[in-house]
Design a protein around this ligand. Structure first.
Ligand code: PMP
Ligand code: GLU
Length: 399
């Protein structure tokens, strides 16, 4: 069958496919240590489950308003005001089937052929492909590990052309774990104002943040920034609700209306039951994410320390999200029975084969020198996995 050209421009989500491979290996009885899955290993909080059960029993199982129920929009508006001092009307909020769907709605509503979309690299795997699916051109803005992956106004200016339409920012960042402070957000906002760019701010890891770092939402920098920003968030990561599929956007009414129209013609409403669950999650506040973050923090320190002890590997301490993103280029040229390590993908394949450890290679995130390990897994798995990685790397022969 002749497929549409757009289908040929993209690959399946690499994070999802590697996580699926690890799960399939485990189902076959293989003792695999899985650092691939990008989701909290905690269970969804009980009050959230109770709200979903109550919704089912009350027969709240029909279509809802396509853009989401008022009660959830109110909970989102309340959260955004409490956390960032941002005020949104219900008409400025759209609830979708996960933040990935929110981002996709944005891409459909805004991007078209000829548009250039700035994406700081390393970046989350789906940004680039969502731009391509909507006929626009991703323009990667290379950030540097040595500077903590900071984006400077100079880096952005160098990539801007008359066709530049938007920038996608992600703080805390998947995969680097970097967080943007107020000064760097101000720099990005100034460039956006000067060049009339839309800012798409993916804040899904907002609550997963360490070392006393405070999350700043770029929309809170002032009304003229807010009117060009679409804030993206959801309940997947903060409330361990990846399977419930609830994300949301808050932004200018015209964009939100266009996105809502697209949603009404594509998916209709996000699941009614999940919407009720999300209300309970958001109204439950920060107690649950804070408890989860304390545990992630312990794991973060262990995994980074263990990685840095391996010869040829160096890992920055992330300040947000739940990923370690070690630089493994020190291993390039080392050999094993079946070949030579020349890239992150080579190392990923070797670790899966030799050590039965699943990690995600850096290439789909825009770096062939790094691998990504999610530490949203038990300390025991982290210790076992790192023992295996260490042993497998020691088996490599010198370059
Ligand atoms: N943005 C980033 C940076 C992510 O890592 C994820 C994880 N899937 C998403 C968006 C999408 O999250 P959701 O599960 O809400 O679709
Ligand atoms: N965001 C997670 C990750 O990066 C989940 C998988 C996905 O949606 O890509 O692993």
């Amino acid at each position: 069958m002749k497929l549409a050209a757009r289908a040929g421009r993209i690959v399946p989500s690499p994070t999802l496919s590697i996580a699926a491979t690890a799960k399939a290996m485990a189902a076959q009885g293989i003792d695999v240590v899985d650092f691939a899955a990008g989701e909290p290993d905690f269970d969804t909080p009980d009050p959230v489950k109770a709200a979903a059960e109550a919704a089912i029993r009350a027969g709240f199982t029909k279509y809802t308003a396509s853009s989401g129920i008022d009660e959830l929009k109110q909970a989102i508006a309340k959260k955004l005001e409490a956390d960032h001092g941002l005020r949104y009307e219900k008409s400025q909020i759209l609830v979708s089937c996960g933040a990935k769907h929110t981002l996709y709605n944005i891409a459909e509503a805004l991007f078209e052929a000829g548009d250039e979309i700035l994406i700081p690299a390393p970046f989350w795997v789906s940004y680039q492909d969502q731009v391509l699916l909507n006929d626009a051109t991703p323009v990667l803005v290379q950030t540097h590990e040595a500077d903590g992956y900071a984006i400077t106004p100079g880096m952005l200016t160098a990539c801007i052309t008359p066709r530049t339409k938007a920038i996608i920012i992600n703080s805390p960042c998947n995969p680097t774990g970097a967080t943007y402070d107020r000064a760097s957000l101000e720099g990005i906002a100034q460039i956006a104002l000067a060049h009339d760019l839309t800012i798409i701010s993916d804040e899904i890891y907002e609550k997963i943040i360490y070392d006393g770092v405070r999350h700043v939402s770029i929309a809170s920098l002032g009304p003229e920034v807010a009117t060009r920003t679409i804030l993206v968030n959801g309940v997947s990561k903060a409330y361990a609700m990846t399977g419930w599929r609830i994300g949301y956007a808050a932004g200018p009414k015209d964009v939100i209306t266009a996105m809502a129209n697209i949603q009404s013609q594509s998916t209709s409403n996000p699941t009614s039951i999940s919407q009720k669950a999300a209300v309970a999650a958001l109204n439950g506040g920060d107690a649950f994410p804070k408890q989860m973050v304390q545990e992630f923090d312990r794991r973060r320190r262990v995994i980074v320390e263990r990685l840095n002890k391996i010869s040829g590997v160096s890992c920055r301490m992330p300040t947000g999200a739940f990923y370690a993103f070690p630089n493994i280029s020190g291993l390039f040229g080392r050999k094993h029975a079946a070949g030579t390590i020349a890239s992150a993908s080579d190392l990923t394949a070797y670790l899966l084969q030799e050590a039965k450890v699943a990690v995600v290679p850096g290439e789909p995130f825009g770096s062939a020198s790094h691998i990504r390990l999610s530490y949203a897994t038990s300390l025991d798995a982290i210790t076992r996995g790192l023992d295996r990685i260490d042993a497998a790397i020691q088996k490599l022969t010198a370059a």
